[in-house]
Design a protein around this ligand. Structure first.
Ligand code: NAI
Length: 792
């Protein structure tokens, strides 16, 4: 026993173990054996597997490996329960969700200890971060349920949702998934990760107590095969997945063309940027939260440290000193910082990556401290001397391993930060607000924290750019992931094909009867098609109207390149973009008669005049939105604000509908450019001439060259090229081809670009409810949350 004097000399912590009494009692109460939670009741446990305590390797309980039939029964129960859950109304659902939030708080310590036992993360984190945040999610989303009628009047719940989560934040991920889904009126089949199923099973019990109706929340446990059964079940309307990019890609492929709504929250390799004017001591503390929180098993962990050269040595010295003071040990000890890794498999994976870096000549530094003997552990690790392309600098390590590099200028910092396939999060440390706010928007990531790290709140959306996935969780934007616009239901199920042969008037005397070849429009100039082939376009009466270029892969490549060069359009002010769209409307109005005649000649439509008027109005509509689609300032519970910015997606490929060759084209292209995207558009395959007639309108409207490029030809072939192009950020296809839309979704999996497809359903392009509104704005933008705490 040390004397008080000795203790004061060393200032060592005494042991402060958390009791496991209640958690153990709960496990015993269930005989340490769990069935599934389906239709409000527990099933018998047939085939089971063990879930272990990673801190010492001991078995905690046996948990059921669900069968395909179990998943089917869970989906059926959810389907049966859904109308009743919707019928409860927003207020009714809000009350149930409020009860869930209260019960989570009431049993907070039991949840926290159980989570620590099952996952290995420290009690400090489960108690102070995971539990309060999970409860907050249910409170916040109870509010959205209450407000549903007012704020989401034009939407309905998607239906039955399948949700699959990883093991790093078992209960928090459950809350992120289940709360918004319930608020919107969906019912749920939820699968926790196989390493960490226990807190979800305790949550099932809480659902019973809170009065969640039977079948509304179903919990099925098991491994990836159970996940696969959920993904492929035809009764699932929407899937929400958090986990590895590899599995995310598999799910994207599996759901392509099925009509299932999808959100993916995948991996990351987030930069932590320290400028020379940063408060270095504060930055070191931020770094601890960023990379050593949860043993680095965090999708948005700041795993790449980028430090300005002039302070690099000083900063690294401070980091090492701080690492030396991190306490590694029993996660149940309240004064420990670093707990156990979730499973020996992860330990081996991390070990392999670090050792290969060492073999490549990197310096690997670890503090001198003891580690427990049993269980799976890894010391905090700092790697220096890695090249930017080294595996440790590019791959998601998902462990307590930091890779440090230096940079000279802010420009270089941004380049290094963006040198990754991921785009989940970033931290920027500088005492200069102007530098920080200049750098933050240049980073391709869904969340940027300024002078802070790993902040989360239910009001602020979270999610990735690039291969970190798509869709947002939290915030109003997160609610839309669980809602379907009512206008979708109003659309006919049958594909709409171009109507032909309705008008028999001959085109004698028509100004379009002359033989001419319309070129492509690339980089603001007319361009001959690369293949030097043309296709004949005939009118409604079958007579030849004109030749158009047969665009090919090379033309798309040129168009995408031109679109990238027109990056200035994305930086143009909203006011400026609005002006250009208003000019386009004005110039179209001046030439309205020509456009009416052209539409009539192509489609035989009697509605041509109405179509041109509607097109002019639509340009006005999207011009109006340009400077009104504001982001939001969230007020999470901290001293500061979080600014949610709507940003353009980037370069969007758009396959336009066949019907309404002018209105369909403008209805899709105008919102995309209104929000600052650059576009490669493929006009109506059957009636492309109306889009080509726009060249002069575009030239006289100050739209910069390359912001809108037009390539005519085969919709299927051009869509295929766009969907597989690595430098296209999103593809929209609305020409009524179900197979074509499925293909776009499938091909988009490689670079995980966003897609918006019409499937086999046609839209009435005259109907503003179907063609306008927030759904379109959401497709044309992505949300970035910038956190700005005040003071020091
Ligand atoms: P994982 O992506 O395989 O597992 C996540 C969840 O998906 C689990 O519930 C699993 O059962 C389920 N799953 C697995 N295969 C599936 C399939 N084919 N269809 C549907 N569901 C499926 O992640 P894992 O194997 O646990 O970890 C491997 C690596 O993935 C980690 O080392 C880390 O790099 C990364 N990872 C990233 C996460 C993140 O939040 N970014 C979370 C978990 C893992």
């Amino acid at each position: 026993m040390p004397t008080i004097k000795e203790i004061l000399q060393t200032m060592d912590y005494g042991p402060a173990p958390e009791s496991t009494k209640e958690a153990t009692a709960w496990l015993e109460q269930h005989g340490r054996r769990f069935g599934l939670f389906i239709d409000g009741a527990w099933t018998e446990s047939a085939t089971t597997f063990a879930t272990n305590n990673p801190a010492d390797g001991s078995e905690l309980a046996q948990v059921t490996q669900a069968s395909g039939d179990d998943v089917d029964r869970a989906v059926q129960a959810a389907r049966r329960a859904q109308p009743g859950w919707v019928a409860l109304g927003g207020h009714g659902r809000a009350r149930v969700m409020y009860a869930l939030a209260r019960l989570l708080q009431k049993h907070a310590r039991l949840f926290a200890v159980l989570e620590t036992l099952d996952n290995g993360k420290t009690i400090r984190e489960t108690r102070d971060a995971d539990l309060p945040l999970a409860a907050r999610h249910f409170y916040h989303h109870a509010g959205w349920a209450q407000l549903q009628q007012e704020e989401f009047a034009d939407y309905r719940a998607v239906g039955v949702v399948g949700q699959i989560v990883p093991w790093n934040f078992p209960l928090l991920m459950l809350a992120w998934k289940i709360a918004p889904a319930l608020a919107a009126g969906n019912t749920i089949v939820f699968k926790p990760a196989e390493y960490t199923p226990l807190s979800a099973l305790l949550f099932a019990q809480i659902c019973q107590q809170a009065g969640v109706p039977a079948g509304v929340v179903n919990i099925v446990t098991g491994d990836g095969a159970v996940g696969e059964a959920i993904v492929n079940h035809p009764g699932i309307d929407k899937l929400a997945f958090t986990g590895s990019t590899e599995v995310g890609r598999i799910i994207r492929k599996a759901t392509a063309g099925t009509g299932k709504k999808l959100s993916l929250e995948l991996g990351g390799k987030s930069p932590f940027i320290v400028f020379d004017d940063a408060d270095l001591d504060a930055a070191v503390e931020g770094l601890v939260d960023s990379i050593w929180f949860n043993q680095g098993q965090v999708c948005c962990a700041g795993s790449r440290l980028l430090v300005q050269e002039s302070v690099y040595d000083r900063f690294i010295a401070k980091v090492k000193l701080r690492m030396q003071n991190l306490r590694v040990g029993s996660p149940l000890d309240k004064s420990n910082d670093i707990g156990a890794l979730v499973d020996p498999v992860q330990q081996q994976r991390i070990h392999g990556l670090v050792e290969s870096a060492r073999a490549e000549g990197c310096e690997v530094w670890q503090p001198a401290c003891d580690m427990p003997q049993a269980g799976s552990w890894y010391l905090p690790t700092l790697i220096t001397g890695a090249s930017t392309s080294a595996a440790v600098a590019q791959a998601e390590i998902f462990g307590p391993v930091l890779v440090a590099m230096s940079f000279r200028t802010p420009h270089e910092a941004v380049q290094l930060a963006n040198n990754t396939v991921y785009g989940l999060a970033a931290c920027v440390w500088s005492e200069s607000i102007s530098l920080a706010l200049d750098v933050a928007p240049q980073i391709k990531a869904g969340v940027v924290w300024i002078n802070t790290a790993n902040q989360f709140d239910a009001a602020c959306g979270f999610g990735g750019y690039k291969e970190s996935g798509f869709g947002r969780e939290g915030g109003k934007e997160g609610m839309y992931e669980y809602l379907t616009p009512l206008s979708e239901d109003a659309r006919p199920a049958a594909p709409i094909v171009a109507e032909k042969g309705r008008v028999k008037a001959s085109d004698e005397g028509s100004p379009f009867a002359v033989d001419r070849t319309a070129k492509l429009y690339i980089g603001g100039k007319q361009a001959r098609p690369d293949g030097a082939y043309s296709r004949a376009i005939t009118g409604a009466n079958g007579a030849f109207l004109a030749d158009v270029g047969e665009g090919n892969r090379k033309d798309i490549r040129n168009a995408v390149e031109a679109a990238h060069k027109a990056a200035g359009w994305s930086k143009a002010t909203a006011h400026n973009r609005a002006q250009v769209l208003y000019y386009m409307a004005e110039n179209l109005a001046i030439r309205a008669d020509e456009f009416v005649a052209r539409i009539a000649a192509q489609t035989g439509s009697k509605d041509a005049a109405r179509e041109v008027q509607a097109s002019i109005e639509r340009l006005f509509y999207w011009a109006a939105w340009c400077d009104k689609y504001d982001g939001a300032a969230h007020q999470p519970p901290m001293h500061g604000i979080t600014v949610a910015l709507n940003e353009p997606v980037g370069v969007i490929g758009i396959i336009c509908p066949n019907e309404n060759p002018l209105l369909g084209f403008i209805s899709l292209v105008a919102p995309a450019i209104a929000l600052g995207n650059r576009v490669v558009a493929v006009p109506s395959e059957a009636h492309p001439l109306s889009a080509l007639d726009l060249y002069q309108v575009l030239d006289t409207s100050d739209l910069p060259g390359g912001a809108l490029n037009i390539v005519t030809g085969s919709a299927d072939e051009l869509a295929r090229t766009l969907a597989s192009h690595g430098d296209v950020d999103a593809v929209w296809r609305h020409d009524g081809s179900a197979a074509g839309c499925a293909e776009v979704e499938r091909l988009s999996a490689d670079s995980l670009k966003r897609t918006w497809v019409g499937g086999g359903k046609g839209r009435d392009w005259f109907d503003a409810k179907q063609a306008c509104g927030r759904t379109v704005l959401q497709h044309a933008s992505q949300v970035k949350n910038v956190w700005i705490p005040y003071g020091v």
